[in-house]
Ligand binder design. Structure first.
Ligand SMILES: Cc1cn([C@H]2C[C@H](O)[C@@H](COP(=O)(O)OP(=O)(O)OP(=O)(O)O)O2)c(=O)[nH]c1=O
Length: 643
């Protein structure tokens, strides 16, 4: 089995992972699969007693999860169609670049393949899923203590196609079993583990890939199967599906516009299987640019008649109208739709219209499109927020990106509306206030920028703070540290650390308006200054976060060599910057990168960790290491070598 070509078979497809599990996302993206994530809303409540064996339950649940997503994505196409101009092909309203997972759900192109999975633990005839609370976790773990148990993951690969407006599906399903033996667990160990919080979102109440690994005496079988996805078996299944020789007279599989029939994959395998890398996607777009669809040639149809028509440039069409979905999201945020519905849904369109002071018809249309984008749930009783909307799009809450949405709806939208002028005049693709230089920013413009930065920093701070063990450092300086969100996270993580937030005086003056913690720490200090001209506060660790990725090389080199010159031997430099799109896709599946706050428009291509590593080494840093931080950023840490 040649792994890349096997995974490569799906590169031409719109592949959707119907799962919220970060582990599944990581396993599949590490294997090089490109896919979107649309968590299933199927409630895992099938009657366990009606299944002859635990694995049958896991397989059926996996299938229902995948079918629910296939069906929802198929249904979701309808509300958009009215928005398209007459004669416009039915393409996505969502750009492939810069879209959040829930937006991806509603790309108007139906998915080609939906993958669902379900992991359960079986012990003594009992099926254990995720614990509902700590007591439940305790019961599960005590049951596993000192014994062998089985972990089953059921997987369903659903091939979808649309015929006469109806969804047609073909399901391939399988399961994998792994045996795990636990040590005897003392009460103390059990409760310490439960209190770590790790058991709560995992079948059987443990995570073998993390702290739970310490409970395990041995594993027989596929380790990744325990973590949530049997990659080896999945690849074999793909190989079987796409390479299986067809017996004479066997009917061809379902014909579909965008899923070549199985024998078409066989045809393609000659062309793309020769190299170790999957062939570039022929349809759709990759983050960072349009790839017009390659013409399909000689694709066999149901009756064996060949079709040599070139394929439609679906990717280009997606790019052309993708902005509409962004505007819908930004407008709903601005009108506070997600605030109104938070903790209160379901509400009717009329109720929401009253609350946001808008027309009933207009509100109903906006809510419908939000539902189709996967931002709202719609039922007979009305509209309610999805979890993502309550978490990230309502204006309150720890993980709110409302400020970022307002920034994009305001200054960024304005800058891009006049892009033609900027191109003609050679101006930066930058919001007006930033263009005028920081000293000209109005207080409101500065605050708007800071709100955007604050939301994103809070979301990434934990990942950045823990990407490496920073406990050897006692003082750090976050350059361009804005509201201090990362600084506060750092002092929480490292009790000995003092952190200085260094930023422009205009920013530092307003930083106090941003509540980063219930108890502001005395170990965080704010120092005003200009990176390019002022001397930097002393520290034994300097940090940049989401600031440098689009700086031109000469400016970046100038700044970093100045820092290198002022560092004592042993001092650290930590860069947490946007990962290049393809790396980030690999890391997070479909969760594509939102625009960087300080990106000048779509900016230059972010540098890879290798490029930063080489740069740091040239500037006198040693032991340079790189790590990922939450799929969005990569973090590079180097130590100043003695001169
Ligand atoms: C046993 C075990 C399970 N798990 C995880 C894998 C699955 O994510 C989870 C089992 O729950 P599932 O219901 O299979 O998956 P999920 O709820 O996380 O995601 P979705 O339903 O949206 O697909 O437990 C580990 O991460 N490590 C382990 O050692």
């Amino acid at each position: 089995m040649l792994l890349r070509p096997v995974i490569g078979k799906l590169q031409h497809k719109r592949v959707v992972l119907a799962s919220s599990s970060p582990r599944r996302r990581e396993i599949l993206s590490n294997a090089g699969l490109r896919f979107e994530v649309v968590p299933s809303r199927f409630k895992e409540k099938l009657h366990k007693g009606s299944f002859a064996a635990p694995h049958a339950y896991a397989v059926e649940t996996a299938k229902q999860k995948a079918l629910e997503v296939a069906d929802r994505m198929h249904q979701a196409r309808a509300p958009f169609l009215g928005l398209l101009p007459a004669g416009c092909p039915q393409v996505s309203l969502t750009p492939v670049v810069n879209r959040c997972p829930s937006q991806q759900a509603k790309d108007l192109r139906a998915p080609d393949v939906v993958i669902g999975a379900d992991t359960i633990v079986a012990v003594g005839g009992l099926i254990l899923e995720k614990p509902v609370d700590k007591q439940d976790a305790y019961r599960m773990l005590s049951r596993l203590s000192g014994k062998e148990h089985s972990v089953f993951t059921g997987v369903a690969i659903v091939h979808c196609c649309t015929r006469d407006g109806q969804l047609d599906t073909e399901v391939s399903e399988f399961y994998e079993e792994t045996t795990v033996k636990f040590s005897e667990l003392s009460e103390e160990l059990l409760w310490e583990y439960i209190d770590s919080g790790e058991p709560m979102d995992k079948a059987g109440g443990y995570g073998i890939q993390a702290l739970g690994g310490m409970l395990v005496e041995y594993v027989r079988g596929d380790f990744l199967n325990v973590v949530g996805f049997p990659l080896n078996r999945f690849c074999k299944e793909l190989a079987r599906l796409y390479h299986a020789p067809r017996a004479p007279g066997t009917p061809r599989p379902v014909q579909h516009d965008s899923i070549p029939a199985v024998d078409t994959f066989e045809d393609l395998s000659d062309g793309e299987g020769g190299g170790s890398d999957p062939a570039p996607a022929s349809g759709g777009l990759q983050a960072g640019g349009a790839r017009p669809q390659a013409p399909r040639t000689q694709e066999a149809d149901l009756n064996g008649v060949t079709d040599s028509q070139p394929g439609l440039p679906a990717g280009l069409l997606e790019l052309m109208d993708g902005f509409k979905a962004s505007k819908v999201l930004l407008t709903a945020c601005k009108l506070q739709v997600f605030d109104v519905l938070k903790d209160r849904g379901p509400l009717s369109a009329m109720d929401v219209a009253r609350e946001i002071d808008a027309s009933v018809g207009g509100t109903a249309r906006l809510l419908d499109v939000c539902a189709a984008l996967g931002l709202l749930d719609k039922s007979d009783r009305g509209y309610s927020n999805t979890e993502t909307a309550s978490l990230h799009l309502a204006s309150d809450g720890e993980q709110s990106l409302h400020g970022l949405a307002a920034y994009h709806d305001g200054p960024v939208w304005g800058a891009f509306t006049h892009l033609g002028r900027a191109v003609r005049e050679g101006a930066a693709w930058t919001p007006e206030p930033l263009l005028q230089g920081p000293h000209k920013w109005s207080t409101e413009a500065t605050l708007q920028f800071m709100r955007a930065s604050h939301g994103l920093s809070k979301l990434t701070a934990q990942h950045v703070a823990t990407a490496f063990d920073l406990s050897p450092f006692t003082s750090a300086c976050h350059l361009g540290g804005c509201t201090g969100a990362l600084a506060h996270k750092l002092v929480q993580e490292y009790p000995r650390l003092q952190v200085t937030v260094f930023d422009l005086p205009e920013v530092i003056k307003l930083a106090g308006d941003f509540q980063t913690d219930a108890q502001p720490s005395e170990r965080v200090h704010f120092v005003p200054g200009d990176l390019s001209s002022d001397s930097l506060p002393p520290a034994d660790l300097y940090i940049f976060c989401s600031l440098l990725h689009d700086w031109p090389d000469d400016r970046l080199h100038g700044l970093l060599s100045r820092i290198s010159g002022s560092c004592k031997p042993g001092a650290g430099l930590l860069l947490a910057e946007l990962a290049p799109a393809e790396e980030e896709e690999e890391a997070s599946g479909a969760a594509r990168r939102p625009p960087g706050l300080r990106t000048r428009g779509v900016g230059r291509r972010p540098r890879s960790p290798g490029q930063y590593r080489r740069l740091l080494q040239r500037l006198g840093f040693q032991d340079v290491q790189a790590a990922r931080a939450g799929g969005l950023l990569h973090v590079v840490l180097g130590t100043r070598a003695p001169p």
